[in-house]
Design a protein around this ligand. Sequence first.
Ligand code: CDP
Length: 213
Amino acid sequence: MSFVVAIDGPAASGKGTIARAVARHFGFAHLDTGLLYRAVGGRLIEEGGPVEPTRAARIARELRAGELEPDALRGDAVARAASQAAAIPQVRQALLEFQRSFARRAGGAVLDGRDIATVVCPDADVKLFVVAADEVRARRRWEELRRRGEDPGYAAVLEDLRARDSRDSGRAVSPLARADDAHLLDTTELSIDAAVARATEIIEQALSRGDER
Ligand code: CDP
């Protein structure tokens, strides 16, 4: 069986947490596609110099699954470089086939990112667009950074998050956008458990309707 769940949304909306939880619940494989862009961002920082399309695309083409180390890539400098690299069409193109072949695997897959339902898997069986108020997302992100030992302060986190959102939504290629047929899930006032429960319910309904291809 191939069954694809596409989860998109802005930074710290809760999409990653929801994606991990529903993948575990249904026994599906999970790909955090943000990690691909973060890995490119991380390598760009390591190599130094400006984020330049030819170099960024080369790094994206050379990327290996073994380089996707979540812990090393979760910081804010990497997120900024990732978002800059993500606006380069050749970078997105280089990462597309990896994401699509992940989605095709048997047994079901959950992919989370910015353009999964619109570009990577437009035929996904379930599409979720996860949002939350800016201030709530900034607070979540700030807490996550402090747990990592980084503390730029709440105001800086909020500013950074808004800058990244507007770059992600405003870019010409594969911008962050809600697919017409995506369920909207606003987690502003939802606990993690409540958000996961709602997502699980939507997926269960699709599975019981026999939406699998
Ligand atoms: O965890 P957070 O939501 O803060 O970010 P992320 O999902 O790890 O993504 C980091 C950056 O990668 C985003 O700001 C986007 O610019 C980019 N990205 C993208 O363009 N398309 C995706 N499918 C996933 C991430």
